[in-house]
Design a protein around this ligand. Sequence first.
Ligand code: VGL
Ligand code: ZN
Length: 211
Amino acid sequence: MLNPATDLFLIIDVQNDFCPGGALGVDGGHDIVPLINNLTRRFDNVALTQDWHPAGHSSFASSHEGKSPFEMVELSYGMQNLWPDHCVQGSFGAQFHKDLETDKAQMIIRKGFRGDIDSYSAFFENDQKTRTGLMGFVQERGFKRVFMAGLATDYCVGFSALDGKGLGLDVYVVEDACRGINMGGSLEAMYQQFNEHGVKRVQSVDLTVSG
Ligand code: VGL
Ligand code: ZN
């Protein structure tokens, strides 16, 4: 049962580049848009995240000579996956999917905008220290539970869920309203982490509003 006053729906990175045909297209990424729109109508409080990189970002393989997408590289804060150029600020790929209903969103948090740090999580950048500001919003508005959906399950949704839980929130991942990249077992590994840390997995049909 949803509690409209204290629940937040956080929609992660439903952007053209993560949908089929995009630079880092996730299989079936666009299929979740109607489900997410339907969920949006059930919540009073909605926030969006938007992956938002400057050109030449350090997470792009093209920024590292001799490296290809999906390889790893060591950056100042540790190991970083390399990606195709994606979600470049102002580009079509960085725009939300055209059918995503965004009008109700009270907050759009952009992440990955610092050239030298990537950010999967909506709460912390990949150095695990730099905060995005989302927790300030959550705390000031008094949200207790955060329901998450979007792309990709095993990266941005997953790390947002784990960080939210680590910050003391009650976190639910709406499984059927997410799609994963699933690279080298990353999806199973993320589900394992959810189990270990108490991130709950729910289905969108189970989220009902009273009355
Ligand atoms: C994402 C890889 C790189 C995501 C963003 O939204 O899951 N994955 N940037
Ligand atoms: Zn990115």
